[in-house]
Design a protein around this ligand. Structure first.
Ligand code: TNX
Length: 718
């Protein structure tokens, strides 16, 4: 609809343009004017303002222009009459002027200018001469904070990978990148006064004392940023109008630190028999005075290194049972009249706030940190648990709104896709529809909302070829595009269908950027003996049958009496959709079986729960070499595939880290069919009916206190 209107307007203005102006995030005002402007690799760009020099360099590098000392064809100007991040972009036959209220404003104007050029600009810059429609754009963001958080702990991303992602964020006018630098699984930033934190804590698995979680079981894997590298990331981001906000996640999520420095833990000896001696406690003791000295060293260096006015000090998901069992914590609470452990957390966070205040910085925290009483009034709260928690925070604090069910892009996008589902299962449309007003934020609460932030926690990435950005891209794009849009326009949104039209045009740019984004699934229908699939996004559709791994280009309806045998996927550029098919294709069967094991099952999560296909069962300890779990079916099962798995549904955690799978067709003789990968194995197209499957463990421990056992996933013969 909107595109049709633009085309009509352009026709009326007699503009011949190779490229209709679709800008995302949508500008406040874009008026197409008469004429065209020609741009080529010989076009010059200039500024008379030294502070804008990095943007000239950026445009030269990205678009492929020539820098000029005289007034160029494209001129960058700071205009003090405009607000921070506001810009005016004027494209005329004689040249282009970008005026911005400040550095960010001018940068935003240049990002918009890039979108007026053909998409190939994102793939090596301008190749030849192009004509663009003349226009006048007047634009500014609704929210000052348009953020994204990368979890570089669970999955290591080196400097180059982070910079590549910064490029993508910058193309969408995201202006804050939070780096989640410490967690249970890793310590990713060099601390010169305590070099072992990164040198040891940056690596897990192999000969490292840090247990390998979520992937890469057999090698020492990871890395960390030296302070020098972090400075490079910070300035790379700053050129692109992105501020890097560091997060040191405290006092919980500190298992990595505690593995290196067990003295930071509460003063009691844990029971570690079920984890083969591995201590899984993860919280700093709040009553140990030396802990504050250590954290003063660490946070002091962080404050020096990062120009950001905020230092995120965590505060989420603290396992307070540790403090309840600690005599020192209990004494501290008694002496200070504290009645619950949230107050103890407030005490801890306030001590850290005092430390960073001495360096002129303000604290940022996750929403749990405000539960135990008032924090410093300059605290920035990141609300993640729910909309209600965000609203509660916004009563008293500046708040970044990022409830998991709208902004956690590590969540699945539909039921059978990868990712978590604890918050919700959602695609970009749900992000787009998010609005403070619709969520019931009062006017005064809205005033305290500084903006939105997307995130991608990366537990599920580490086991999916983390050397490639494909998984990260798939989870985050186009959800980041929707995030960028709503953070820019606020509640003044266009109809979602119209935005989708713009998004599809924008896909051409994502293709040129090399982003492996997620397409919407093809629509599949079956009638009169013909199976059809369609898409509306310019992608090609491919199909497969259950009997073959070969993908075939779909061109026309498929005549078949067995529609469930087919599944479809669409592709364009590096993007692809999830698998789509008629419902019967995905149907599973649940034949009766029982579980036996060399390990006992837990009382609460007993084997019979999994036998009822209800939920995951648990053993009472981690696995050792030779341990086994067996699924025995009451009657032999004919099927087209059977997946057996240790560990949780979405994450390879609580698994047999190494092992193999044996199948028996008679219940007596077993044959080895393959090795576990991330604790699981799928028996594909078994030739005979299966009577029993046995999973055998070949390694000791899994860094936790039990093994999870999933019910098998069985797809019937069709
Ligand atoms: C909750 S977000 C967490 C993270 C997990 C994430 C997975 C937050 C403050 N804590 O530790 O990685 O869920 O979605």
């Amino acid at each position: 609809m909107k595109r049709a209107l633009i085309l009509l307007l352009m026709a009326m203005a007699h503009v011949v343009s190779a490229h209709e102006p679709i800008v995302i995030p949508t500008p406040n005002s874009l008026v197409v004017t008469e004429g065209v402007c020609r741009i080529s690799p010989l076009t010059t760009i200039s500024t008379n303002d030294n502070s804008l020099q990095p943007i000239v360099g950026y445009a030269v590098q990205e678009i492929g222009l020539i820098e000029s000392r005289n007034i160029g064809d494209i001129e960058l100007i700071v205009d003090n009459s405009l607000e921070s991040e506001e810009y005016r972009l004027s494209v005329t036959p004689l040249g282009i002027i970008v005026r911005g209220g400040d550095y960010g404003g001018v940068f935003n104007g240049v990002v918009t200018l890039m979108q007026l050029l053909p998409p190939s600009v994102y793939d090596g810059g301008l190749r030849g001469s192009v004509e663009i429609a003349c226009c006048e754009i007047s634009d500014k963001p609704h929210y000052a904070h348009r953020g994204f958080m990368l979890d570089v702990c669970r999955t290591w991303m080196d400097k180059v990978a982070v910079m590549a992602f910064i490029d993508l964020l910058a193309y969408h006018k995201i202006n804050s990148l939070r780096l989640h630098l410490t967690d249970d699984e890793a310590w990713r930033i060099e601390i010169k006064s305590h070099p072992e934190l990164a040198e040891v804590g940056g690596y897990r698995g192999g000969d490292s004392p840090i247990w390998p979680r979520y992937g890469k079981w057999n090698e020492r894997w990871g890395g960390y940023y030296t302070q020098e590298e972090m400075r490079e990331i910070i300035s790379y981001a700053a050129v692109r109008n992105i501020e890097v906000v560091p997060e040191i996640d405290l006092p919980g999520h500190s298992l990595c630190m505690a593995t290196m420095h067990p003295e930071i833990l509460c003063a009691y000896t844990p029971k570690c028999a079920s984890s083969f001696g591995y201590d899984t406690r993860s919280a700093f003791c709040a009553a140990r005075e030396e802990n504050y000295e250590l954290l003063a060293d660490i946070l002091g260096e962080i404050c020096e290194l990062f120009p950001s006015p905020y230092i995120h000090i965590g505060g989420d998901e603290v396992d307070m049972s540790q403090w309840k069992r600690c005599p020192k914590c209990q004494a501290l609470m008694r002496d200070n009249g504290m009645t619950n452990t949230s107050e103890l957390q407030q005490y801890f966070m306030s001590r850290l706030s005092d430390i960073i205040a001495t360096h002129g910085k303000s604290p940022a925290v996750w929403n749990e940190a405000i539960e135990g009483g008032r924090l410093a009034s300059n605290t920035l709260v990141y609300g993640w648990e729910s909309v209600a928690k965000c609203r509660k925070s916004a009563l008293n604090y500046k708040t970044v709104v990022m409830p998991g069910q709208y902004f956690y892009f590590d969540m699945k996008q539909s039921a059978r896709e990868p990712g978590h589902d604890w918050a919700a299962i959602f695609d970009w449309t749900k992000v787009y529809d998010f609005s403070l007003a619709a969520q019931g934020f009062t006017a005064s609460e809205q005033v305290n909302v500084v903006g939105f932030e997307g995130s991608c926690f990366s537990e599920a990435y580490a086991s999916r070829n983390p050397e490639s950005p494909a998984y990260l891209h798939y989870q985050t794009f186009p959800r980041v595009v929707a995030l960028a849009e709503i953070a820019w326009v606020g509640d003044k949104k266009q109809d979602r269908g119209d935005f989708y039209d713009c998004m599809i045009a924008h896909y051409n740019r994502l293709d040129a950027m090399g982003v492996s984004y997620r397409l919407m699934p093809p629509v599949v229908s079956y009638s009169n003996g013909v199976l059809s699939a369609s898409t509306d996004d310019g992608s090609r559709v491919y199909y497969r049958t259950v009997n073959s791994d070969v993908e075939v280009l779909y061109t026309d309806g498929i005549k078949t009496s067995k529609p469930a045998e087919y599944s479809f996927v669409s592709r364009r550029g590096s993007a692809h959709s999830p698998e789509a098919a008629v419902a019967a294709h995905f149907k599973t069967i649940t034949p009766a079986f029982n579980i036996t094991s060399s390990m006992t099952d837990s009382e609460k999560f007993s084997f019979d729960k999994a036998e009822a296909y209800g939920r995951i069962a648990r053993t009472t300890r981690a696995g050792d070499v030779g341990d086994w779990v067996m699924f025995s079916f009451d009657a032999p099962v004919e099927c087209r595939s059977m997946k057996v798995a240790t560990g949780n549904f979405q994450l390879p955690r609580y698994i047999f880290e190494n092992g193999y799978v044996e199948v028996s067709y008679d219940g007596v003789n077993f044959e080895r069919v393959g090795d576990l990968e991330c604790g699981m194995y799928t028996i594909e197209r078994p030739q005979r009916a299966i009577k029993a499957v046995r999973i055998v463990c070949t390694s000791r421990g899994n860094g936790a206190e039990w093994v999870s056992i999933q019910p098998p996933t069985i797809l019937p013969k069709l």
